[in-house]
Each structure stands twice: as C-alpha cells, then as structure tokens.
Design a protein around this ligand. Structure first.
Ligand code: CMX
Length: 436
C-alpha cells in the first residue's frame, strides 16, 4: 500500500534525527513549569512533539506545514468536485507530502476495500437505549470494532517493535474504512427510524457519508468533504489528541486509542461545544422571531456577558485570531447558502461580538472558533440534530489521531509517565507551612 511504502522510505532518516536529538542533546532544557501551570491544566507547557500538525496562535492550524487554505487549494479533487478528497488529506497527514490525484484515489480505494463492518458492531448499537448520546454509541462501536485489530496478534507473536507502525497503519486504514458506515448507522438509528442505506462504491469516503444519511445533493457532498478535511487535526495538546497519544503509548491499538480519544472529545469544553453553538444561535433567532438589528443584537449579547454568560463558538485555549476553519466555512456559506438566515445571524454575531468581548477584557481570544458556524451549515441541509455534531467532528478527528498513532509507533515512542507531586511537596518547595 502506497502510504506504507512512503513511510518506510522516510523512516531511517526520521529515526536518525530523533536519535541524534536524544543522544547528543538529551539534557537540553526546553522550558520550566510553574505552580500556576500545574494547577492551570499544564497550559503552554511544551511536553510533546508531533510533526503531523502545528497550531500557530496567530495564524491557525498547519497540517504538515500547510495552512487550511493551502490544504483546500493544493490537495487533489475529483473531476467536477470543489473540495479535495479526504484520501488525499490522509496521505498528507501520514506521509507528510502532497499526493497526486492517483495517490489520493489509492487511499480512498483502500478504505473502500476494508469498509465491511462486522455485524456485532451494529448489534452493540442496537441494544443501547434510544436516548443514548451518539458519542457514547461511537465510542462503543469503536471498541466493538477492535475485535478485528491485527496489532495485538503481532504483538503476541513477539514481532519486533520497529515494525509495530505497520500494523497500526493496517488497523488505521480498516478503522477509517468502516468509520463512515458506523457514523451513518448511528445517525439513521437515532434520527431516521433505523433505516439502513448501503454505501455507494462510486462515491468517495466523505460523499458516501452524505449518501448513507440520505443527503444526496452535490452541495451536501461538498460540505461533507470540507467538514471532514478541516477538523482532522489540531496539534497534539488538545484533549482528544493528547488522550489518544497517552493511551497509544501503552501500546493499546488504534481502535482502543480512538475510542479513548472520542471519550475526551465528548466533553462539553472540547468537541461537545459544537452542539451548543447551533442551539444558542437558534435561541437568539427565536428570541427576536427572526434576524435582529445590529443594535438589538449588541444589547442582547452585552446583557448575556454582564450576566456572566459564555457565548458558544468564541474564544480558544491557544488561538488568538479568527479560526481559519471558521473563515473557509464562511466562504462555503457565501457561495452555497448566502441567504440562509442562521448563516446571516452567524455573520452578525461576528460583526458585533468581538468588540464587546474585547471591551469586557476577560477573554484572551475574542474571535470565533470553528464551532461558531459548523452547526449553521449542517442545519441548512436538515442535519439539525445538535447532539450528532460531535460525531461528525470525531469522524474527521480520527484521521489525525490515527496519523499520530502510526508515527508514535514508527518513532518507537515510549509509554508516557509524567510525575505527580503532592500539595504538601509544592508547599515545601515554595516555603509555605502545611495548609497555609
Ligand atoms: N464568552 C464569554 N466569556 C468567555 C468566553 C466566551 N466565549 N470564552 C472565555 N470567556 C471567559 C472565561 O469564562 C474566563 O472567565 P473567568 O476568568 O471568569 O473564568 C475568561 O474569559 C478567560 O478565559 P480564556 O482564558 O480566554 O479561555 P480558556 O482558555 O479558559 O477557555 C474555551 C477556552 C474555548 C473553553 C472558552 O473560550 C469557551 O468556553 N468558549 C465557548 C465554548 C466554545 O466555543 N468551545 C469551543 C472550543 C473549540 C475547540 O476546542 O477547538
């Protein structure tokens, strides 16, 4: 398989680079850690290395050195499509360079060959109560898919760790090949009376999701490609990527790694936030029984901030600018749904809210993040079940999580084991008496 060969070609050089850094510069100090950082979610502490992506606070995410705009411009598209193939993105994330159209298609074909989901995975979903959150179903389905993992067999056979990455790649391709059917099954099971639509082998991975949930318009296929491309990775320190990395370091295979990462993504401060954004936008729209004037919106938002409210879709732990993933979705909406009133409300909030947040002076980033518009686009195409949005996010993020996992094994990273201290130890270090 093409990804396998391309990684294998690069590995001697990569392993050499890491060996040189650790052998010759192993004691070089990167940063100090403060008490504030320990209690503040280890924010900003530089404790990881990944070459899959890097988040520049002032410019947004770079995937293998390419900005979101470059990713959309330079990755190959199928004839007649506006947005690139996700197979091409996966080649970029895993191999590190831009693929040709043929190479992108080869990845897509590989996913398709592996796409048959074992029956017991559907059975696991079927026995859950109907009110189960879709992220719980996704997590359970990923764990159920693990029965087909090849890595544990190779590990038990005593195969050398220099080759583990090959089995992680193999498992990743199978997992991703099956992921769309699982995600669509969850959607149909929850919201469309359990109907089943088989994948269409003529469609690419992203467009197939659109097809399997009964949205066959070209426009929604384009939105699916765009959505799954731009949410795929956001460097290594966010909760889902960090969780995935930690679990994978114990040599848990990619299924277990991705299930753990999805459990992190399901938290309301991380991926689940996107379901809140549309809920909030619709609440504002209902409040005004339509679009408000800018003055009305400004007063409404100010009152919400004065009452200590948090406006969904604004702020970010690392970014200090408008998220470029927000901007490219605005571009999509301007082309495909310019008159949609919820999209117009998104634009009004973007015009009105940042100055208010700046004036309030609390939030470090007064600009919109990716979630400020995601839901509005899905809503336009009738995918208005808020609690499903994190599954969409998760499907895309698994492209990044598995790429990290493959390279962690390729570079033979060890099990993670940071050290914890006690409160008393910290008090002693800073010269405080016990319980001062
Ligand atoms: N509206 C109002 N106040 C906000 C705010 C917002 N959107 N975002 C942050 N603040 C407030 C915080 O509540 C905090 O107030 P206190 O000091 O009273 O506790 C203050 O501003 C400082 O927060 P911060 O350091 O700027 O933000 P954090 O790094 O702590 O949190 C985030 C980042 C995203 C959790 C936060 O901005 C937030 O809750 N935003 C809304 C939810 C959201 O859009 N989440 C999506 C995140 C996207 C992603 O994970 O990729």
């Amino acid at each position: 398989m093409i990804i396998h060969d391309r990684i294998a070609e690069q590995l001697p050089e990569w392993r050499d680079r890491v060996a040189t850094l650790t052998r010759q510069h192993g004691k070089f100090k990167i940063c100090d850690v403060t008490v504030e950082q320990i209690y503040g979610g280890i924010r900003g502490v530089q404790i990881q290395v990944t070459d899959i992506s890097y988040l520049n606070p002032l410019e947004g995410i770079y995937l293998r050195g390419y900005s979101i705009g470059d990713v959309l411009n330079f990755l190959p598209c199928e004839q007649g499509a506006e947005y690139p193939l996700c197979g091409g993105l996966y080649y970029l994330l895993t191999v590190g360079s831009l693929p040709t159209l043929e190479e992108a298609r080869e990845v897509e074909q590989e996913w398709q060959l592996r796409s048959q989901v074992p029956k017991h995975v559907f059975d696991v979903i079927n026995v859950m109560p109907p009110q189960t959150h879709p992220m719980t179903l996704l997590s359970a389905a990923l764990t159920a898919l693990q029965t087909d993992a090849v890595f544990p067999q190779h590990y038990n056979n005593g195969n050398g760790k220099a080759d583990y990455w090959k089995y992680f790649l193999d498992d990743s391709l199978t997992l991703i090949g099956r992921l769309m059917t699982v995600a669509a099954y969850i959607y149909n099971w929850k919201y469309q009376q359990r109907k089943y639509i088989a994948p269409d082998p003529a469609l690419d991975w992203a467009a197939n999701f659109a097809h399997m949930i009964g949205r066959d318009s070209k426009d929604y296929q384009e939105l699916s490609r765009l959505f799954f491309l731009i949410h795929s990775d956001h460097e290594g320190g966010n909760v889902s990527a960090h969780t995935g990395h930690l679990v994978c370091s114990a040599l848990s295979d990619v299924y277990l790694t991705c299930a753990a990462a999805m459990n992190g993504l399901a938290g309301p401060l991380h991926g689940l936030a996107n379901q809140e954004c549309l809920r909030w936008l619709l609440k504002v729209y209902d409040h005004f029984r339509g679009l408000p004037s800018e003055e009305q919106l400004s007063e409404y938002l100010q009152a919400q901030l004065d009452a200590g409210g948090v406006i969904p879709g604004y702020g970010h732990a690392v970014l200090r600018t408008t998220d470029p993933r927000f901007t490219v979705q605005v571009d999509f909406a301007n082309k495909y749904l310019p008159e949609d009133e919820i999209f117009r409300l998104v634009q009004m909030v973007y015009a009105v809210l940042p100055p208010l947040l700046k004036k309030q002076g609390k939030v470090k980033n007064p600009w919109p993040n990716v979630d400020a518009i995601n839901g509005a686009l899905q809503h336009h195409y009738g995918v208005d079940q808020f609690d499903f949005y994190t599954v969409l996010f998760g499907v895309s993020r698994i492209l990044g999580i598995t790429a990290h996992a493959i390279w962690s094994r390729a570079l033979m990273k060890p099990i993670e084991r940071p050290k914890s201290l006690t409160t008393r130890m910290l008090e002693e270090m800073v010269g405080l008496p016990p319980g001062a």
